[in-house]
Design a binder for this molecule. Structure first.
Ligand code: GSH
Length: 218
């Protein structure tokens, strides 16, 4: 039990997972307090599999036992509590649906290209640059968004930036030199700003895998 003797939401997470990164960024920004349980994907705790048999992270178990097992749902939950910079674009219906469309393309089109590119040795049908070129289409789309506004949908950070950034970071990190050499100047500085932000640094702190005998991490 925590110091205020009240159960807290529990977040099962994996530090290097881009879905978990975006959920944790939203939680940190919204100042929601949760218990963090770092998970080893090769040894998922029974408690996690019991509440979410599909076995992916992040998963958030709320105080009333509701389970959110999609990172986007966790982000919406966090932003519904406190959203001082309007990341959720609450008053902008059109922008909000465009943000969610972009996140959909990220999750369903760009993410598979990222996996193929990052783990190209597992997909020998094509060389890595083929998969990289496929992913490049999305990066160019993001660049064109950033030509219109300082962030993807508007001049301030929104749910789209936070949801997409961890995936672009992984893509860029496969071959940093190549990424820096591309003609994507706005995307490059957008990415660096997030990587250098204190918010990102805080959520990337390292914790040992959760064990019920260890002290609780908030
Ligand atoms: N749609 C899910 C995807 C989550 C997901 O695929 N997470 C990966 C880690 S990045 C995972 O847990 N994979 C299960 C495994 O590798 O065993 C979400 O948005 O939360």
């Amino acid at each position: 039990m925590n110091s205020i003797e009240k159960p807290l939401p529990i977040l099962y997470s994996f530090r290097r997972c881009p879905y978990a990164m975006r959920a944790r960024m939203a939680i940190k920004y919204s100042q929601a307090v949760v218990e963090l349980r770092e998970v080893k994907l090769s040894a998922k705790p029974h408690n996690l599999l019991e509440i979410s048999p599909k076995g992916t992270v992040p998963v958030l178990q709320l105080e009333d036992s509701t389970v959110l097992e999609e990172s986007i749902d966790i982000i919406h939950w966090a932003l519904s509590g406190y959203d001082p910079q309007d990341w959720s674009l609450s008053k902008e219906d059109t922008l909000r649906s465009r943000a969610m469309e972009l996140v959909w393309v990220n999750d369903h089109t760009f993410k598979p290209h990222l996996d193929h590119y990052k783990y190209s040795d597992r997909y020998p049908e094509w060389p890595a640059i083929h998969y990289r070129q496929q992913g490049m289409e999305f990066l160019q789309l993001l660049e064109s968004h950033l030509q219109q506004n300082r962030h993807l949908l508007t001049d301030h950070i929104s749910i789209a930036d936070i949801s997409i950034f961890p995936f672009v970071r992984q893509f860029a990190y496969v071959d940093k030199e190549w990424f820096e050499s591309t003609n994507l100047p706005r995307l490059q500085s957008w990415l660096h700003k997030f990587i250098d932000s204190s918010l990102f640094k805080m959520i990337m702190e390292k914790y040992p895998p959760w064990d019920e005998n260890n002290a609780v991490i908030f």
